[in-house]
Design a protein around this ligand. Structure first.
Ligand code: ZN
Length: 263
């Protein structure tokens, strides 16, 4: 028999339902997102949830992370930026990183994808203990997407990434990119790139591979535990182009969802 245990502390529970994205955040965004399910091949509008978090972790240990994420949302993420923006982003490193890791860990379990490298960090996420040496976090302020529009200057309009959020696996195509696992947690104009070791390795080898992300993606700034403020300049990437291939591939599923939702 398979005995379920809390994904964060390993206790037998009682286990509760936890939102992948903080509920305070979903309330702010109005729950308008479209979620693609790899299992069913369909698009749905229901909240992503996991059901393997004990009451204590959910209500005591992890809820301050949700509160912190929503404070950042109110102050920063809710405001999508145009071209050439410069933002001074102030943060508490451990609260920021733990709240991003919680979203990444919950979404990996919810999607049924590999969560081993996030599971390793569950004590750090839960209570800030066991601070990982091999974890690199980079922040990026992405640009709007240019979309064709008749009548707009030059026939193009800048589409801001409003109400856009995403937690996903990414891939780093650099000489040592295959030695690390990378994910993004993106909200509005803000992209956070998380880098983890793909297998046990020396600190120097991890740093070398992680640093490649910093030089490969134009405009990213590494966030470290000694910092509480960084300056972000709009990067050359935009939020939406990166998901266009996915939308095109599953166009019919999205069309069906939006037709039904908006009818
Ligand atoms: Zn627990």
């Amino acid at each position: 028999m398979c005995v379920k245990a809390c994904a964060y502390c390993g206790s037998a529970g009682p286990l509760t339902k936890d939102h992948v994205w903080p509920e305070c955040f979903l309330e702010r965004t109005g729950r308008r997102a479209a979620h693609f399910s790899h299992q069913s091949g369909r698009v749905h509008g229901a909240d992503y949830v996991v059901q393997d978090v004990c009451e204590t972790c959910n209500n005591v240990s992890l809820s301050p992370l949700d509160d912190y994420f929503c404070r950042l949302y109110d102050e920063y993420f809710a405001h999508a930026h145009g071209f050439g923006a410069v933002v001074t982003f102030c943060f508490d490193y451990h609260f920021l990183v733990r709240s991003l890791l919680k979203i990444a860990y919950n979404s990996a379990r919810s999607a049924g994808s590999d969560d081993s490298y996030l599971r390793e960090l569950r004590s750090y996420i839960r209570d800030g203990s066991s601070v990982p040496r091999q974890l690199a976090v980079f922040a990026e302020l992405v640009s709007p997407t240019l979309v064709k529009e008749t009548g707009a200057p030059g026939g193009m309009r800048a589409q801001l990434p409003e109400n856009f959020y995403r937690s996903a696996i990414t891939q780093l195509f650099t000489p040592n990119g295959s030695r690390v696992c990378t994910r993004i947690v993106a909200v509005g104009s803000y992209y956070f790139h998380l880098t983890f070791p793909a297998a046990p390795m020396a600190d120097s080898a991890f740093d070398e591979a992680a640093n490649e992300l910093g030089t490969h993606i134009d405009g990213v700034v590494q966030v470290t535990s000694t910092m509480n403020e960084i300056t972000l300049h709009s990067s050359s990437q935009d939020a939406i182009s990166s998901i266009v291939p996915h939308i095109q591939q599953h166009h019919d599923a999205y069309r069906t969802f939006f037709d039904r939702r908006d009818s």
